[in-house]
Design a protein around this ligand. Structure first.
Ligand code: FAD
Length: 597
C-alpha cells in the first residue's frame, strides 16, 4: 500500500516564505489567521488525513460504493461515513467559510494545504465534501436571503453536502444542449424540475441527512442554447423557507457508474421527476451563477492533481532509496551492498526530479491562486482587487489543466520508478495513476481549459491577466538584479516573458484571419504558459529560500531543483512554441473522412 505524510515543511515554506502569508492575512483583516493558528491547522490537518483518511484509500478502491435499486440508496465504502463524521466534528467543513453562516472564516490560502492533504490521502473520499464548497460560493453570491438562511448553514457546518448537476447524456462540454425542464409551480414560487443528469459526484450517499443539488434546467420560455439556462436548488429532502426539513423530494439515484478509478467516490445517474426546485439568481442567467461554482471547483481539481503527484513522488523516492539494482555507471556508490540503490541512476533521477519540480512548483502556483481569492474578497484597494481578479481568471485554467496533466505524468513516473512492482496493486501506485486520470476530464477537460485561456482570458479580455503576470515577473527580476543567489535565472526568465508576449500576439493576429487558429494554438499555449509560470515560481522559490532561516540543505535542494527545472523542463516550451508557430494548417488540412483512408 502507498503511504502518505503531509509535506508540512514545504507547505509552510510556500505559505510563509514565498507568499508572505502572515503579513498578507493581517493586511486583509484576517485577525484570527495568525501563524500559530495556521500552524495548528496544518498539524491537525496532517494528523486527520494521515491517520483517518489515508488508511481508507485502498479500502475505498477495493470495496467501492454500492447501490440498492429498490430504494435508490448508495452505501459508501467501509469507514468513509465515520471519517466524514470526524471531519464534521473537527470543524473542517467550514474552515474557510464565513463566520455568520457557521464557518471559521479563515483565508482560502490557509485552507488550501488541507485540501491538498485530503486529495493526497484519499481522493475518492475528498470528492464528497468537494462540491459543498462550490455550492457555498454559488449560494453566497447568487442566493436570496431566505435561501442563504435555509441552505448555507447546514452545508457550511457539513450537516448537508452539495452537488453540481450539469451533465446529461447528450451534453457535457456543450451545456447549451441540455434538456432538463423547470416548470413554475402555482403559489409558492418553486419549480417542478424534470430530467436526467449523469456522472453526478456525490449525488447520493450515506453521510448526511440531506443533499443539496444545484441543477441546471430550462424554463418554459427560455431561449435556445446556453442563454436559456437557469440554476435551481433541488434538495433531496424538501426544505421549508424556515430551513425545516420536510418530505422526500422527487429526486432519486438511478444507478452508479463503474469507473477506471476513484471507486470510493459515488458517481451517480440522478433522475428528477417533478422535483421541487428553487430558482437561484436570475432566470436564464444560470450558467453565470454556475461559473462561480465551477471556478472554485476548477482550482480544487487542480489541487487534486497536485495531491496525487505528491503522494506518488513520496513513495517513488522511498522506493528508489531502498531498491538495489545494478551499479552506478561511474562505479559503485554503495560497495558494501550487493548493488546500488536505483536512485543513483540518471534515468531514475530524471523521473524523481521531474516529479519534485512539478510538485513543489505546482504547489506555489496553486497556493498563490488561493491567495488571489482572498485578495479579491478582502482587499482594501480596488486596483489591487481588480488586478487579482484578472490574474486569477488567467491562472485558473492553467492551475486546473497543468496540475492535473502533471498529476498524470507524475503518477506514471512514480509507477515507472517501481518497475514491474508499480503495476502490481499491492504497492498502491497503479491506484494513484488510475485515480489521477479523471482529473483532466471533469470540471472541463484540458482542451476546454485551453480554449478558456486563449479564447476568453486572452482574446476576449485582451490579455489583462497575462499583463499582470508579466508585470509580476518584471518586478521580481528588477528587484533581484543584484541578488547573486538567483542571478542565473533572471536572464532566462526575462527572455521567456518577452517570448510569451510575442507568442500571444502571434496567436491574436492569426485569429483575426481565422478563428480556428485559436483552437489550434490553445493546448500548446496553455502548457507553454504553465511552464513559464512555473519558471517564475521556481526563481522566486530560490530567492525566498535564500532569504529564509532554513538550513543550507533546504536552500541547496531548492537551488538544484530550480536548475533542473530551467535546464530540463522549461525547454518543453520550445516544442510548444514550434507547434503554435506552425499554425492551424497541419491540424486542419486532413478531411474528416480521410482519417482512415
Ligand atoms: C467520474 C466523473 C465525475 C463527474 N462529476 C460530475 C459532476 O459532479 N457534475 C456534472 O455535472 N458532471 C460531472 N462529470 C461530467 C464531466 O464534467 C464531463 O464528462 C466533462 O465535462 C466532459 O463532458 P463529456 O464527457 O460529455 O465529453 P464531451 O463534451 O463529449 O467531449 C468529448 C471530447 O471532445 C472535446 N471537446 C468537446 N468540445 C470541444 C471544443 N469546443 N473544442 C475542443 N475540444 C472539445 C473534449 O475536450 C473531449 O476531449 C463527471 C464525469 C466523470 C467521469
Amino acid at each position: 500500500m502507498s503511504s502518505y505524510h503531509a509535506p508540512l515543511s514545504d507547505m509552510r515554506f510556500v505559505l510563509f516564505d514565498v507568499l508572505g502569508a502572515e503579513p498578507l492575512f493581517a493586511r486583509l483583516g484576517f485577525a484570527d489567521a495568525t501563524r500559530d493558528v495556521v500552524d495548528a491547522v496544518l498539524e491537525e490537518g496532517a494528523r486527520f488525513t494521515e491517520t483517518v483518511l489515508a488508511p481508507l484509500n485502498r479500502i475505498g478502491d477495493e470495496a467501492g460504493c454500492s447501490y440498492d435499486q429498490a430504494s435508490g440508496a448508495v452505501a459508501t465504502p467501509p469507514g468513509f461515513r465515520q471519517a466524514y463524521a470526524q471531519y464534521v466534528e473537527g470543524g473542517w467543513a467550514g474552515l474557510v467559510s464565513p463566520v455568520e453562516f457557521g464557518g471559521q472564516g479563515l483565508p482560502h490560502a490557509a485552507g488550501v494545504p488541507l485540501k491538498e492533504m485530503i486529495d493526497a490521502a484519499n481522493l475518492a473520499w475528498g470528492n464528497f465534501p468537494l462540491l459543498s464548497h462550490g455550492a457555498t460560493e454559488a449560494l453566497l453570491h447568487h442566493g436570496e436571503p431566505w435561501q442563504q438562511e435555509a441552505f448555507l448553514k447546514p452545508i457550511v457546518e457539513g450537516r448537508w453536502t452539495g452537488t453540481m448537476c450539469l451533465t446529461e447524456p447528450q451534453c457535457g462540454t456543450d451545456l447549451g444542449l441540455l434538456k432538463t425542464r423547470a416548470i413554475p409551480n402555482d403559489g409558492d414560487g418553486s419549480h417542478a424540475i424534470t430530467g436526467t443528469k449523469i456522472f453526478i459526484t456525490a449525488g447520493e450517499h450515506d453521510f448526511t441527512e440531506n443533499i443539496v443539488h444545484l441543477v441546471l434546467a430550462r424554463l418554459p420560455d427560455a431561449p435556445a442554447g446556453s442563454k436559456g439556462i437557469s440554476l435551481f436548488i433541488v434538495p433531496k429532502m424538501k426544505v421549508g423557507r424556515d430551513g425545516a426539513i420536510g418530505a422526500r423530494n422527487a429526486v432519486r439515484c438511478g444507478a452508479l457508474e463503474h469507473k477506471m478509478g476513484i471507486h470510493g467516490s459515488a458517481t451517480c445517474v440522478m433522475n428528477f421527476d417533478d422535483a421541487q426546485g428553487w430558482l437561484i439568481g436570475e432566470p436564464n442567467k444560470g450558467l453565470m451563477a454556475m461559473f462561480t461554482m465551477m471556478n472554485t471547483a476548477r482550482l480544487a481539481v487542480g489541487l487534486q492533481g497536485l495531491g496525487l503527484s505528491d503522494r506518488a513522488y513520496q513513495n517513488a523516492l522511498r522506493y528508489a532509496r531502498e531498491r538495489l539494482q545494478m551499479r552506478s555507471l561511474s562505479g559503485a556508490k554503495f560497495p558494501d551492498k550487493p548493488a546500488d540503490p536505483i536512485i543513483v541512476h540518471p534515468d531514475v533521477r530524471r523521473m524523481l526530479l521531474t516529479q519534485k519540480a512539478l510538485v513543489e512548483g505546482g504547489r506555489m502556483l496553486g497556493y498563490h491562486a488561493a491567495s488571489l481569492v482572498d485578495i479579491i474578497g478582502h482587499g482594501d484597494d480596488p486596483g489591487e482587487r481588480s488586478q487579482a481578479d484578472a490574474l486569477l481568471g488567467f491562472v485558473t485554467p492553467i492551475v486546473k489543466a497543468c496540475l492535473t496533466e502533471w498529476g498524470i505524468e507524475c503518477t506514471y513516473h512514480a509507477l515507472q520508478c517501481f518497475g514491474g512492482h508499480g503495476y502490481i496493486a499491492e504497492h498502491g501506485m497503479e491506484q494513484l495513476a488510475r485515480d489521477a486520470r479523471i482529473t483532466t476530464l471533469y470540471e472541463g477537460t484540458t482542451g476546454i481549459q485551453a480554449l478558456d485561456l486563449v479564447g476568453r482570458k486572452v482574446m476576449q479580455l485582451q490579455g489583462a491577466g497575462l499583463r499582470v503576470f508579466l508585470q509580476m515577473i518584471e518586478e521580481f527580476c528588477a528587484a533581484n538584479e543584484g541578488n547573486a543567489a538567483v542571478a542565473e535565472f533572471i536572464a532566462p526568465l526575462r527572455a521567456k516573458a518577452v517570448e510569451w508576449q510575442q507568442l500571444t500576439m502571434t496567436i491574436g493576429q492569426r485569429a483575426v484571419a481565422n478563428a480556428d487558429e485559436v483552437g489550434a494554438a490553445a493546448y500548446d499555449y496553455l502548457f507553454y504558459s504553465g511552464y513559464v509560470a512555473l519558471a517564475y515560481w521556481w526563481a522566486r522559490s530560490v530567492a525566498a529560500a535564500e532569504a529564509s532561516s532554513r538550513p543550507d540543505a533546504f536552500k541547496q535542494a531548492k537551488r538544484e531543483t530550480a536548475r533542473f527545472y530551467f535546464a530540463r523542463l522549461l525547454p518543453r516550451t520550445l516544442a510548444h512554441k514550434a507547434a503554435i508557430e506552425s499554425g492551424g494548417a497541419p491540424l486542419l488540412a486532413l478531411d474528416a473522412d480521410r482519417f482512415d483512408a
